[in-house]
Design a protein around this ligand. Structure first.
Ligand code: ATP
Ligand code: FE2
Length: 335
């Protein structure tokens, strides 16, 4: 059995997990919660620095309770998020990962956070070759595998859908994260208020939606619930349109949802309907594997270790703009 310790801390969630070939053994996390407003990168990084030791210790203790005698010396490699994410957060976690790798004399594996979202979804759902819709705070991308890479077929041209929802939620004085609160409000909406639907080829834009929603709110003519409902209907229809076109172009019949916004039931429903209409299969992992989690980092680390893909210390510098298509996929054998 190979056991990997994965460390995730690209944004506000710090998480450590132990994963083997068979299962996620244990995961511990600590979430930074801003007192007001959005995530402040330096404060989030300070949170990670002060919580890291505790989170790793909790992951090991939790695993040990399962009576398999887990301690640092049974770990085969350390995996960490090398990017994308907030620079100060990435650097804090990378420093801890390097220190563990050196002191335990085990390999270090820098993983791409977006690719980790995809691989844990494929593992948990058992889908081989899906078109992936990856929707989180900072990212919104449609991807598919071809010739050793996850190719980005379409993506947001400005902000991620999660950030768009969070920004509008903040305007409504709702606390971070705003996505689930908007979903709750939207479920009570009935009237569609005009919102800009911006799809350019395979790409999307969400910043105009946030502005339109703020304007509609300022005019006091529409119900809050109706604005949230319209925001969601518009944004999710845009995402569904692009995902469907990607499936059609690639001729793939599986679709996988990834990223924190994937927890939204209305988005799931729209994608499910689209897949059903084209006789395709729709996959969505458990919510804990949609949002940022250490298990996905450990799992991709495991796949990379098995294909001999490790990261020497001198190449372990973080990359806040690391794109998934920069990664050469060494662990997949099926096209
Ligand atoms: P990444 O680094 O991949 O961009 P992230 O740091 O944004 O990830 P995730 O946990 O993947 O983290 O996603 C968080 C986002 O998901 C937040 O913007 C949050 O508002 C949104 N979100 C969570 N639940 C829901 C929901 N039910 N509906 C809509 N959005 C949601
Ligand atoms: Fe993420």
């Amino acid at each position: 059995m190979t056991i990997i310790l994965g460390l995730e801390g690209t944004a506000w969630n710090l998480s450590a997990a132990l994963v083997s070939e068979e299962r996620v053994i244990y995961e511990a996390e600590s979430t930074y919660k801003p007192e007001y407003g959005g995530i402040h990168p330096r404060e989030a990084a300070q949170h990670h620095a002060s919580e890291l030791k505790n989170v790793v210790a909790r992951a090991l203790r939790g695993a040990d309770k399962e009576k398999e005698g887990f301690s640092l010396d049974i770990i085969d490699a350390i995996a960490f998020s090398q990017g994308p994410g907030m620079g100060p957060c990435l650097r804090t976690v990378a420093t801890a990962a390097r220190a563990l790798s050196i002191s335990l004399k085990i390999p270090l594996i820098g993983v791409n956070h977006c690719v980790a979202h995809i691989e844990i979804g494929r593992w948990q759902c058992g889908t081989k070759d899906p078109v992936v819709l990856y929707v989180s705070g900072a990212n919104s991308q449609v991807l598919a595998y071809r010739a050793d890479r996850y190719r980005i077929l379409g993506e947001t041209l400005d902000i991620g859908i999660g950030n768009a929802l969070d920004k509008f939620a903040r305007y409504l004085r709702l606390s971070h994260p705003g996505g689930p609160k908007i979903e709750e409000l939207a479920s009570k909406g009935t009237k569609y208020v005009y919102m800009p639907y911006v799809v350019k080829g395979m790409d999307l834009s969400f910043s105009g939606l946030t502005t339109a929603a703020k304007d509609a709110f300022d005019l006091h003519l529409e119900e809050k619930a109706d604005i949230c409902y319209s925001f969601q209907e518009t944004a999710f229809a845009m995402l569904t349109e692009v995902t469907e076109r990607a499936m059609s172009h690639c001729g793939k019949d599986d679709m996988l949802l990834a990223g924190g916004v994937g927890a939204n039931r209305r988005l799931q429903q729209m994608l499910q309907t689209m897949c059903h209409d084209r006789e395709a299969r729709f996959y969505v992992p458990e919510a804990k594997y949609l949002k940022d989690n250490g298990a996905m980092i450990a799992y991709l680390g495991l796949l990379m270790l098995k294909s001999g893909d490790t990261t020497p210390i001198e190449k372990s510098e973080v990359n806040p703009n690391y794109r998934p298509d920069e990664v050469e996929v060494t662990w997949r054998d099926v096209e």
